[in-house]
Design a protein around this ligand. Structure first.
Ligand code: ADP
Ligand code: MG
Length: 566
């Protein structure tokens, strides 16, 4: 079970420690006020009872009002401080999760639905942890301590009873905590599944509609929803039951103290003032501890979210070295015995690939779908670390090169170019920030998108553009990066699928004209013919040996399929 304090939140979120210091101060002040209040009440009541004279009542009431105002103020300040700490910590964690995810954009382990759930609603659970649970936890430490000292100074027996009984509350809380943690983890998994399922469903709606399966999905959604409801109710059940158990425990403890005080007072062993003081104070020892139990569930949810965030942040990422990247325009690239096995996969995505890329060479990469072509490009961009083999630039291994400086040398067009929501011009400009408008225009023209306005809006998820137009914008972005962004190695992942043959010819001509170094994944004979060499990538045995084949012999069935489409 998670300890009362999350060690990583403590160690890595500085706002947590600042808050803890402030919280201890607030808790101690609260405890002092609690003792003062008990003393004011018992002293004046005992005086009035013993002397039958209402002397000094007004003064006492005045002091009591001040003490109560002080307690109210502290009670308000505590969650406010917690909320501020929560805001700072959440902001930091969101930034770190986003940065960690950006550092490994192709990691299959974190699903998008779960990630979105985590950085939005998930981390908000820390509000409860900081604004409710932590303030209460600090009160539960400081108040019993200070009040306990006051009790000890007044009556030894009461202090002993308190020490003996108060230990039971954390003990029961630990037991309850174990049960809760398992529940929380299950509930989290169900919730993430629901989010994931829903995101998938929305993305696949057009397909589901076409095949008439949209309605059937509602049943699946209902099932997950029902499980989610059951898990939530289960968590709530434990929560209510545990509150009741703790309530019962502290009530019984106070009753024992009351009986012992009552017997001694009747027997004349204790004066009224002391008896009243002890009676008023005793419940105050148990109250904050009990309330910690009530807020434990806020804590469990916050801690679960923090754990997920730290898992995301600490997941291994491909790190590079510190050496500045050599220029691929002048440095040859060697790939030797490259093997990549994705985590959890039973066979390698790439197995024993050898490839040389001389400066100024344009090499076509062909192979069956799923053969590892995109994986090869991911390795070259430093997003995927090879399981075996190496990539060497000149004589420097890619692993020793600073990834940012290396990526600055690369222009890449993926199979589905990511186009954020902004104009076409701004999307192209991402390739070389600050490039002049004429350069952007020229890049679009060369990519076969002469008819696309710079100001044409691109919507969320690239709506507003056809598939072919998206590819052209992606291509224009890469061309701009080569001409104005300092890149000199072009990586194209099936760049001309979706382009007509006239445009394709123009694009290829533009590439040749720039005398680039390029690796072009393609199925199309026209593209293959325009390259210097062809390399086949794929499982050995299905497509033939890995190696170099003649440009005129595209081996995979994909080529003809693409041709029919074009
Ligand atoms: P290609 O681009 O030649 O179609 P890929 O390189 O995309 O092939 O994929 C090669 C193999 O690796 C496939 O079996 C694919 O399922 C798997 N694969 C690709 N990307 C990932 C990933 N991020 N995580 C796990 N497996 C992956
Ligand atoms: Mg691919």
């Amino acid at each position: 079970m998670p300890g009362p304090l999350h060690p990583q939140l403590l160690a890595r979120a500085r706002a947590t420690r600042t808050y803890l210091a402030a919280g201890v101060l607030v808790g101690t002040l609260t405890a002092v006020l609690v003792v003062a209040q008990a003393w004011l009440v018992s002293d004046r009541v005992a005086y009035v009872v013993e002397t039958h004279r209402p002397d000094g009542l007004a003064t006492t009431v005045g002091w009591l009002v001040l003490v109560l105002l002080g307690r109210a103020l502290l009670r308000g300040v505590n969650p406010w401080l917690g909320q501020r700490a929560a805001a700072v910590v959440k902001g930091g964690l969101r930034r770190d999760v986003a940065a960690a995810r950006l550092a490994r954009p192709l990691d299959p382990r974190s699903d998008t639905g779960g990630l979105v759930e985590l950085v939005t609603h998930g981390l908000d659970a820390l509000d409860g942890y900081y604004a409710k649970y932590l303030p209460q936890l600090l009160l539960a430490v400081t108040v019993p301590l200070v009040v306990g000292i006051a009790l000890l100074a007044t009556d030894l027996l009461t202090a002993v009873i308190v020490v003996l009984t108060i230990g039971l509350i954390p003990f029961f809380m630990v037991l309850i905590g174990w049960a809760t943690e398992r529940r929380m983890n299950r509930r989290w998994a169900v919730q993430a599944k629901l989010a994931h399922h829903f995101a998938d469903l929305v993305a696949g709606l057009p397909t589901l509609q076409v095949f008439g399966r949209a309605r059937a999905q509602a049943i699946g959604l209902q099932k997950i929803e029902a499980r989610n409801r059951a898990e939530t109710m289960g968590t709530l059940r434990i929560s209510f039951l545990s509150s009741m158990a703790l309530e019962l425990l502290s009530t019984l403890s106070v009753a024992i103290i009351a009986v012992s005080i009552g017997l001694r007072t009747v027997a004349g062993g204790m004066d009224l003032r002391t008896a009243l003081f002890l009676l008023v104070l005793a419940p105050e020892v148990y109250l904050p501890l009990r309330q910690v139990g009530a807020h434990y569930h806020d804590s469990a949810e916050g801690i679960a979210a923090a754990d997920r965030a730290f898992a995301e942040i600490d997941a291994p990422r491909v790190t590079g070295g510190l050496q500045a990247a050599p220029d691929p325009a002048t440095t040859p690239l060697h790939i030797r015995g490259l093997q990549v096995t994705y985590p959890g996969a039973d066979r390698p995505a790439l197995d024993g690939l050898d490839l040389q890329l001389a400066p100024g060479e344009v090499v076509a990469v062909v192979g069956p779908s799923g053969g590892g072509k995109s994986t090869l490009l991911s390795v070259l961009m430093g997003f995927v670390r090879p399981t075996a083999g190496e990539v060497v630039l000149g004589d420097v291994p890619l692993a020793d090169i600073d990834p940012d400086s290396w990526r600055a040398r690369i222009a890449w067009v993926g199979q589905s170019p990511g186009l954020p929501e902004r104009t076409v011009g701004a999307n192209v400009a991402l390739g070389a920030p600050g490039a002049p408008a004429e350069a952007i225009r020229r890049a679009l023209d060369r990519a076969g998108a002469a008819d696309l306005e710079l100001s044409h809006p691109v919507g969320d998820e690239s709506t507003g553009l056809s598939d072919g137009e998206r590819r052209r914008v992606g291509l224009a972005r890469a061309l701009l990066r080569l001409n104005h962004g300092g890149a000199s190695l072009l990586l194209l992942d099936e760049p001309t699928a979706g382009l007509d043959s006239g445009t394709e010819a123009r694009v290829l001509a533009a590439l040749r004209e720039d005398r680039l170094t390029a690796l072009v994944v393609t199925h199309r004979p026209a593209v293959i013919a325009a390259c210097d060499r062809v390399v086949t990538v794929g499982p050995v045995g299905t497509v033939g040996p890995v190696g170099t084949v003649a440009p005129s012999a595209p081996t995979d069935a994909g080529a003809s399929v693409e041709e029919v489409r074009a």
